[in-house]
Structure formats: structure tokens, C-alpha cells
Design a binder for this molecule. Sequence first.
Ligand code: SF4
Length: 491
Amino acid sequence: MPRGDGRLNHDLLPGEKGPQDACGVFGVYGPGEEVSKLTYFGLYALQHRGQESAGIATSNGEKILVFKDMGLVSQVFDEGALAALTGHLAVGHARYSTTGASTWANAQPTLGPTAHGTVALGHNGNLTNTQELIDLLIQREGAAKRLDLKNGKCTDTAVLTALLGSDREDTLTEVALELLTHVRGAFSLVFMDETKLYAARDPQGVRPLMLGRLPSGGWVVASENPALDIVGAVFEREVEPGEFIAIGEDGVESFRFAEADPKGCVFEFVYLARPDTTINGRSVNAARLEMGRALAREHPVEADLVMPTPESGTPAAIGYAQESGIPFGQGLTKNSYVGRTFIQPSQTLRQLGIRLKLNPLREVIAGKRLIVVDDSIVRGNTQRAIVKMLRDAGAAEVHVRISSPPVQWPCFYGIDFATRAELAAVNKTIEQIREDLGSDSLGYISANGMIAATQQAEERLCTACFSGNYPIEPPVDARRLLMNQVEEVPS
Ligand code: SF4
């Protein structure tokens, strides 16, 4: 499914949402550097991970300043705002809300007092034991006062921030190392106090987190390596699952708060991460190309043209074309600037739906047998609209190929899919989904084909949204819900 401005989210049809990522995080320790600008450009490179709000906090060693607002990174910050954010230490965040409302108050970095000053924290992922952490917070004297626990206004990130400040004596490193042993779920954290930058990754390493070195000797932490590239930092290594690092004038100190039990999100390879990102040694672009090749082997069909739904289907469509020998072409043009409009389309425009973002190239499509490659189907509305659009433009046949297996289960680790009832593939056979889409044929890559393309061992990946096998226990409420839905899963 295409993303919007550049490579944003799946909400192709007005009102339709596909999988949404849960944030991009960035941090820099850079004496002598304009850290607010480095952070701005780092967040710019991570914009695809969250488009609702953006924020940057900086410190000059004595005082933390923060600026955050709703909107894209380029909408939130201007030269004046960045110039005011002085210091040699910064953390930044681009947010898509998967817990808590999409409001200014929930924008990150989240600030809170500590024993020795202030903490500013950015979080990518979702925690699965937030209630337990709230209980822990309430046990710790006075800390609960800092949160608005009523009316669901607090986020899991706000609870973490308050807990980091709930011990009045220890250093932030000591507090974090103790606290992280209580935290469950997916978390790639970047945070700071007045003098140090900190980062931590959950024991499963569900979401990526990279460490890089600036030419000047400073350090950068970011969700994906293109955010290191954009600021001229050299990739050093990934922050390891279960690792906590503290970066200050003495360099990088590494601590382990839990044994690593890697379960990286396979959907990062399928769709979420940028194609120029490398996760655990595997290029995301190369993985997507290979998914397309595997898809061609698993679901061949006679056709005249392989085309992607721009842009996220492009690498897999190229792989499909390479393997099948069928020419690759662009059958749809995309308006890259529609991705994040705050203006709701009028009723007439709403009915035109997908045309806001995509328009067919009739001379490419007319009379052709098309293979249309996309990365995933969530609700199916977008693919249905594309199939109709291509037929209206004169396509002789439309064959849909998907480079991930059917999405059947919700994600509790930071990706906001539709509810189970809304997922196109739940309780349906492939033939029923094909009928819904109106295509001539439909083929999904197998789970084995997808996993092999990542070059990761299966037991080191999370595949829960496809398999229902959750590597980290879902939250208590969700477990009850899932138990009630087990019978619904088609055999
Ligand atoms: S459930 Fe799916 S989207 Fe969520 S972490 Fe696992 S593989 Fe990724």
C-alpha cells in the first residue's frame, strides 16, 4: 500500500487507516554541534514512523529546554525554534499515537523531575504491563501525583517518565537499570537528563535502535540508520536487546538489564522501516526484493506488466518482475503531497477517494494483463479501489500479489492495525478475499517465504500479526479478548 508524503502511512482512502508505526526516536550527545539541528534532520529521516507530533529537548549541561507540537517535523520546527534549543545534548521524537490520545499533552519527549534534575524521554513501541507499572508508581510515594491517571489521559511513556523520577536518591542510571527489569513489551527508549544521553531496548528488541558516531566524536542514537546517515554519523552497532547505555563525557557505558531474547518485528522488513535501513545485518530493500522473487515463485501468473502500488510495494514488485521475467512498470502516479492534509475532503472528493493520491496511467494499463504487488492488506478498501480504478482504465486482467501473509491478529507492540473485526483476512478464505477485492486472482507470500527473505532465524522474529504466536504476553485485557476470538480463526 502506498504511503503519503514521501513514504508516509497507508491511509490512502480518506478515513481509511492501515498499519501505523508507533514513533521514531533520536538522540545526540555532541559537544560543539548544533544538536537541535542534528535532531531535526534525524527526525526528518524518521518521519515515516510517526506523523502526528514532533518534539525536541536539549540540554546545555544545566537546564533542559523542550519544544513540541502537533504536526510533521517540518511543520513543528522553524529556524527560530531550533535556534532557541541550545546545548550539546538532545533527544527528539516523531509520534504516532498507539496509546493515549493524539494531543499536545501526549506529544514527546515527555518531561519529568528526577532526584537530581529533569528527565526528557522518547519511546518507540508499546508496553504490555502498563497497569502493573502504574501500580508500582502508586506504591512509590508521591510519584502518582505527577500523572493524570484519570480518564485514560496518561500514556505508557508518561508512566515510565514518572517512574524514572520516583527514586529520590539514586542516579538516573541506577534508577533506570532497576526500573527496566519491571517493564514488559516493546520499547526502544532514548532519554536524557541535564548531562547524559541514555538509550535502552527491550529484551526482545522488537523495534530497531541504532548507535552511531559523529565525525566530531559525539554519539547518536536513532530508530533507523538513515537517521544516522543524514547527520553524517557512522553506524557503530545496534543497541542490543536488553541493553542500556549511558553516554556522557566519559564516552559510552553499556549495561545489561536482561538477557537478550531477540524477537524483531518482521513487519519492519515488510513495510515499516525505510528501504535503506539495515536491521540485524539485513538490508530492508534486499529483503523486500527477495520477498517479491519468492512471491513470483509461489504465485506465478501469465501477465504483461508487473506494477507496484506506489511506493511501499515497489521493491517487492521489482523482485517479482526480476524472477518472472515480466516487465516492470509504473501504472499509477502518486501525488506525494496529499499524505498528511489537515483539510478533510468534501463529500464529492471523498467519493473519488483514492484519486486524491493515485491516478492511473491509461496508456500503460489499457488492454494489459497486470500483476499488482503490494506489501500487505489490512482492511482491503485500498486494494479494492485500486483494482476498480485499473479496470476502469482498461486493464484486461488484474492479479493482486501481496508480499506478506494475511494479517489476522492485532499487534500489541506498537503497530496500530485495524481491529480484528475490520481486518480483511479474518474468517475468510483467500478466494473470499479475492472476491471482495474484485481481482482476477490473489496470491499472498507464505510465512516461510517472507521469513526466509529477511535472512533472520524464525525464532528470532515476531510474526504475531500473521501467526497469532505472541512472543511477549499481551496485556491482560487483550488476552481475554483474544481468548474469545480463538474459535474465529479459519483453519
Ligand atoms: S505483531 Fe506484527 S507488527 Fe507487531 S511486532 Fe509482531 S510482527 Fe511486528
